[in-house]
Design a protein around this ligand. Structure first.
Ligand SMILES: NC(=O)c1ccc[n+]([C@@H]2O[C@H](COP(=O)([O-])OP(=O)(O)OC[C@H]3O[C@@H](n4cnc5c(N)ncnc54)[C@H](O)[C@@H]3O)[C@@H](O)[C@H]2O)c1
Length: 257
């Protein structure tokens, strides 16, 4: 398939997990992919993908690095069609135990990093009169999770900010959408590579399994492709119905009689 033939895409946090899966998928679909991450392992991942991929070591919080990256990509390729703001970190702890420094780090990477990236590519996308941005939020941007105050704040921020960006950029045919992964089998969710069926049972996932990185990558592919040409300001949950609701009554449950 060539759903991104001739397109140029930047993906942050692409050294592993969902970012890596997205880079692989976009390259398979014909895109030139600029992968960024703070982890140098991204170099090997890009080499493994092949000539369609290039890796740049970069922290999404670095304003000057964004300016340099966009200038370099524009000089080399003449265009930027897609940006996936995927890089993020997570922290779980009771609210009273969190420090100001850790909260600022969370917001700096997850929220401000997403704004810096979008702000950096917006001028070229406006000039092109087309472009697509996917900001990776989370189910934590759709509801509240105990012991994840700062992560939830950052992901709700990404969701809200993306709506404003979608409004501002819509007149220029630049689309901004959010993807909200549920529990996905990556180093973030599963750093010790536990049996995923245990995680699914603990979390009570409705499909009785965790998601795979490719299943999120496929959602981003749709949103940056021309198939989504009239989709902007939308939020796409990729969570196997985890945030769709809950089970107040199960079949055979007499408790509501
Ligand atoms: N895995 C899940 O269950 C899950 C659920 C909901 C949302 N998400 C979101 O999906 C996205 C991808 O997460 P993942 O599961 O692949 O996690 P991951 O930890 O495997 O990958 C995240 C990548 O971001 C990079 N990164 C971290 N800080 C960075 C920085 N300052 N600058 C540049 N890169 C940086 C990391 O090095 C890593 O390669 C994130 O936005 C995450 O919040 C994940």
């Amino acid at each position: 398939m060539n759903r991104l033939q001739g397109k140029v895409a930047i993906i942050t946090g692409a050294a592993r997990g969902q970012g890596e899966a997205t880079a692989r998928l976009f390259a398979q679909e014909g895109a030139t992919v600029i992968m960024t991450d703070v982890l140098a392992e991204g170099e090997d991942v890009a080499a493994n993908i092949g000539s369609a991929a290039r890796f740049v070591t970069m922290d999404v919080r670095d304003e000057d690095a964004w300016t340099r990256l966009v200038a370099q990509v524009e000089a080399e390729h003449g265009r930027i069609d897609a940006l996936v703001n995927n890089a993020a970190v997570v922290e779980a702890a009771p609210m009273e135990e969190l420090t100001l420094a850790s909260f600022e780090r969370m917001l700096g990477i997850n929220l401000i990093g997403t704004w810096l990236g979008t702000r950096a590519v917006a001028p070229i996308m406006r000039r092109q009169g087309r472009g697509a941005i996917v900001n990776v939020s989370s189910t934590s941007g759709l509801r509240g999770n105990a012991n994840m105050t700062t992560y939830d704040a950052s992901k709700w921020g990404v969701r809200g900010m993306s709506k404003a960006m979608a409004m501002e950029l819509a007149p220029h045919n630049v689309r901004v959408n959010t993807v909200h992964p549920g529990a996905i089998d990556t180093p973030m969710l599963n750093p010790s590579q536990r049996e995923t069926s245990e995680i699914a049972a603990e979390l009570g996932l409705p499909m009785a399994r965790v998601g795979q990185p490719l299943e999120v990558a496929n959602a981003s592919l749709f949103l940056v492709s021309d198939d989504a040409s009239y989709v902007s300001g939308a939020e796409l949950a990729v969570d196997g119905a985890w945030t769709a609701g809950f089970f107040p009554v199960r079949v055979g449950d007499q408790s509501f009689d």
